[in-house]
Design a protein around this ligand. Structure first.
Ligand code: F0G
Length: 347
């Protein structure tokens, strides 16, 4: 497969000096979810971004942000992260041979994501404070130390992430709705911009309704004001003061879209449902999308027979600890034929 930067070269700000980094990002499957679609009485697709090289959608933006950082002569990059950005930044920095500093909210990052940043050899710092505080500090220090910030305040990040929308359109055209989990509000902005760009080029006729889902305890865009102490089991979107809030609100407004919030319980139920009915294991933040659709269905706000794409932003394997909360441990048995037989027949 041609690498993402080459495939969409005409849409990216590349120059002859941009190194075309790649570790196999993009080109993720758009899976039709027949079982859940039938239940919700819609045509439902999942863009499974958990199958990117570091297991999240961040790779689409990071590949461009790090390529441009190298082109501009940066010797290092820095980010604040709830986990996925740091995993992706660390991987692309490793590929490019530059230093990566990641600032994480201490104790609030899923184990798998932390393991990724460490194995890629980033300088991993656990800050006593939440993501919003971490990002504020990173924004203050980056320029002073000559480091390129690779959070979504870096325009190349969101530019790269537009490719998710382009891939959807290249495969099935513009859906009626596009549903995304929202934290720092970058990805929903990137998708809207991607759709908008395709419409301007005449490649699609209209922009999907952009539907952003937040966790109830971290829902500043639903409430209309920042949340000082955001809290949710979906740690990826545990964000109270999104830097892209204005752009995301405009994306929803301009597409007749909306924001809504779902509880942690609804998120965990949706995660189980997705795994058990469709065979897809996505991390909790991603499953907020399905929880949101269920909520809208219950409230009679989900039209029948529309085509919906939900963006499953991250892989469930990143956060195995959450599974302990929704399943029971395996039953240990003796290595005896009769015991095994009984265990199988009695289940
Ligand atoms: N889903 C996952 C799995 C994420 O990791 C994130 C954000 C989002 C959704 C929300 O996307 O911020 O563009 O609205 N993760 C960031 C991080 C904050 O540091 O990894 P957004």
């Amino acid at each position: 497969m041609v690498c993402l930067l080459k495939r969409y070269a005409e849409f990216f700000p590349l120059t002859p000096n941009t190194p075309l980094l790649s570790i196999g990002e993009g080109n993720t499957p758009l899976v039709e979810l027949c079982n859940l679609g039938a239940k919700l009485e819609i045509e439902l697709f999942a863009k499974f971004e958990g199958l990117n090289p570091t297991g999240s959608f961040k790779d689409r933006g990071m590949v461009l942000a790090v390529s441009k950082a190298v082109e501009e002569g940066s010797s290092g990059i820095i980010c604040a992260s709830t986990g996925n950005t740091s995993a992706s930044a660390a991987a692309y920095a490793a590929k490019a041979g530059i230093k990566c500093h990641v600032i994480l909210p201490s104790g609030k990052v899923a184990k798998g994501k932390l393991a990724q940043a460490l194995i890629y050899d980033a300088n991993v710092l656990a800050l006593r404070g939440n993501f919003d505080v971490a990002l504020e500090m990173v924004r203050k220090i980056a320029d002073n130390l000559g480091l390129k910030i690779v959070n979504s305040v870096n325009p190349y990040r969101l530019w790269g992430q537009r490719s998710g929308a382009w891939e959807v359109c290249d495969e099935i055209g513009a859906p009626d709705w596009c549903v995304l989990p929202v934290g720092n509000a970058g990805n929903i902005t990137a998708y809207w911009t991607g759709f908008f760009q395709y419409m301007k080029k005449g490649l699609i006729g209209s922009i999907p309704k952009m539907v952003g889902i937040q966790a109830q305890g971290a829902a500043p865009l639903v409430k209309g004001f920042p949340v000082p102490e955001p809290e949710t089991i979906a740690t990826a979107i545990r964000i109270g003061n999104p830097v892209n809030a204005k752009k995301a609100l405009a994306a929803a407004r301009n597409s007749n879209g909306m924001f809504l919030s779902v509880s942690d319980e609804e998120i965990l139920n949706a995660q189980k449902e997705l795994a058990r009915k469709e065979g897809i294991f996505a991390e909790p933040a991603s499953c907020a999308t399905l929880a949101g659709l269920y909520k809208l269905k219950k409230e009679g706000k989900l039209p029948k027979n529309i085509r919906v794409v939900m963006v499953l932003t991250g892989n469930g394997l990143k956060d195995p600890q959450i599974v302990d909360r929704v399943t029971s441990s395996p039953r240990e048995i003796e290595a005896k034929y009769d015991v095994l037989k009984e265990a199988i027949l009695s289940c």
